[in-house]
Design a protein around this ligand. Structure first.
Ligand code: CMP
Length: 142
């Protein structure tokens, strides 16, 4: 069925001037971008978003990285969007990311892995609502 998933272009991807290239990859893969904005996360915003990882050894480094520069957040729509976007991103650890995936091409390390994507439909609903109000998610009428 048609789903929406949530995506972040992380600070290292933005710093590489790769926003347009990665948006092209989204569109060529058949995703419709239905909401988008750039923002520089506060530590509180990043901690709230990644609350499930609070207490893990990588949590503080993750917050340092995610607040180190602007990010671009977007909502992607397609058939089976959650799984299809995870396939496009590749493995969390870029050492395991298959050739042709976004992380194989843009990730620098496990933490600086270029892109985020929701891990389930329930996460997608929560994550979209964390960054976008209902009126910021657009319906494509043509
Ligand atoms: P993301 O998909 O945004 O979800 C959590 C993030 O934590 C992950 O991508 C990485 O950027 C970062 N991270 C760093 N170390 C780890 C780890 N060992 N396991 C999972 N995520 C990690």
């Amino acid at each position: 069925s048609i789903e929406r998933t949530f995506s972040i272009l992380k600070p290292n991807a933005v710093a590489k001037n790769a926003i347009g290239s990665i948006y092209s990859r989204f569109e060529h893969a058949g995703f419709t971008i239905v909401a988008a904005k750039m923002l520089h996360l506060t530590r509180e915003q990043a901690a709230g978003f990644y609350a499930e990882h609070d207490g893990k050894p990588f949590f503080n480094g993750l917050l340092d990285f995610m607040t180190s520069g602007p990010v671009v957040v977007q909502v992607l729509e397609s058939e089976n969007a959650v799984q299809r976007y995870r396939d496009l991103m590749g493995a969390t650890n870029p050492a395991n990311a298959l050739a042709g995936t976004l992380r194989a091409d843009y990730a620098d390390s496990m933490t600086e892995n270029a892109v985020h994507g929701s891990d389930s439909l329930a996460s997608a609903v929560r994550e979209i609502a964390y960054f976008f109000s209902d009126d910021e998610v657009c319906q494509r009428t043509r």
